[in-house]
Design a protein around this ligand. Structure first.
Ligand code: HEC
Length: 141
């Protein structure tokens, strides 16, 4: 194979890989948020987000469904309020069970990686919270 066709093959291969990853990304837009939700939230809020998680049912009041946030807010998903609730910037009232402060929990987790510091860490925390908010927006009833 001469060098021109070799280069052409390289470009073709790179294009194929790029379009594969691009289509994988678009068919799984919420996969990061969904994974974060199942790992961190479903114990209380339930796998489906309806408030029927195994921990939640032990308390006097189950967390309410996270799938009705849009309906409860006149058909508009309350994006920034949900962001603030997850980050821990809103006072969430509950009986006997408290919503963890995810802004601090994610910061602690991400900053425990010695290769991550300062602004990058903050962006990664923000990225996790945003992925969760977009995921919740995608599962509204
Ligand atoms: C230890 C149990 C627990 C865990 C784990 C938990 N939550 Fe909560 N969450 C609650 C409780 C309790 C409330 C407040 C009561 C309610 O809204 O019914 C709440 C409220 C919320 C609200 C506010 C709902 C509203 O009415 O505005 C959001 C959004 C939310 N949680 C998202 C999450 C996300 C995302 C995670 C995972 C990163 C998570 N929660 C993990 C217990 C939990």
């Amino acid at each position: 194979m001469n060098s021109w066709s070799c280069r052409k093959m390289g470009v073709l291969a790179a294009t194929a890989v790029f379009s594969l990853t691009a289509s994988a990304a678009s068919s799984q837009d919420f996969s990061i948020g969904e994974r974060l939700f199942l790992e961190n939230c479903s114990a209380c809020h339930g796998n489906s987000g309806r408030g029927d998680g195994s921990v939640g049912v032990l308390f006097s009041a189950q967390p309410k469904s996270l799938r009705s946030l849009e309906n409860d807010n006149n058909g508009h998903f309350p994006f920034s309020e949900v962001y603030q609730s997850i980050k821990g910037e809103r006072n969430i009232q509950a009986h006997g069970i408290e919503m963890p402060v995810w802004g601090s929990a994610f910061t602690k987790d991400i900053m425990s990686n010695p290769f991550i510091s300062g602004p990058l860490g903050e962006e990664l925390v923000q990225g996790r919270i945003l992925a969760l908010v977009y995921y919740l927006q995608s599962i509204q009833d």
